[in-house]
Design a binder for this molecule. Structure first.
Ligand code: 5GP
Length: 191
């Protein structure tokens, strides 16, 4: 008997909305496999190559684009980010839930290609709260925080757009309380 095919789950949300914390918990489920993206952005303290991202030079990234190695890729805040193609099929064939954490432009590409899955957008209760979370996190300088808040406003707007007459995201989850949000997303994954 063949195993039941797994499910793709796309998680997006502005920087500081809490999606990385949600994904960190979801990753501990043995039935969930997490996509490790490639990126040209510099490694942050505490990050590990091959675990948090595959850190590439722009040249190496562009080479992979030319070889059609990405399921989708996008530029975010001056850096390139992309989802390697093959791990998703391998995971779905083994009946796993395959989790990708990507921004809105990449999601649009997946929708346009008709990639089936559950598309979830995690958002902050307000822009003011988002800014204070980014400040508390302390991983970005003041200028980058302004930039990320601006991108967040655009992403929250863009997330409501339609793609080919259908909604871009299936679900919107407001993260006011992390534990509750994790519970909510887990429920969505199980459904
Ligand atoms: P960060 O630099 O904070 O790790 O990520 C910046 C943004 O890039 C986040 O919104 C994150 O979800 C998004 N991102 C990470 N990996 C990918 C990817 O493979 N493709 C796309 N389109 N976005 C990604």
């Amino acid at each position: 008997m063949t195993e039941k095919r797994g499910k793709l789950v796309v998680i997006s949300g502005p920087s500081g909305a809490g999606k990385t914390s949600v994904c960190r918990v979801l990753k501990t489920d043995p039935d969930v496999e997490f996509s490790v993206s490639a990126t040209t952005r510099p490694m942050r303290e505490g990050e590990q190559d091959g675990i948090d991202y595959h850190f590439l030079t722009r040249e190496a990234f562009e080479q992979r684009v030319a070889e059609d190695q990405f399921l989708e890729y996008a530029e975010y805040n001056g850096n390139l980010y992309g989802t390697p193609r093959w791990p998703m099929d391998a995971a779905l064939e083994r009946g796993k839930t395959f989790l990708v954490e990507i921004e809105v432009d990449g999601t649009r590409q997946l929708r346009r290609r008709g990639v089936r899955g559950l598309y979830v957008f995690i958002e902050p209760p307000s822009i003011a709260e988002l800014r204070s979370r980014l400040l508390r996190r302390g991983t970005n300088g003041a200028e980058e925080i302004d930039q990320r808040v601006r991108i967040a406003e655009d992403e929250i707007r863009a997330a409501r757009e339609q793609v080919d007459g259908a909604p871009l995201y299936d679900r919107f989850v407001e993260n006011s309380d992390l534990e509750a949000t994790i519970g909510h997303v887990k429920e969505l994954l199980g459904s």
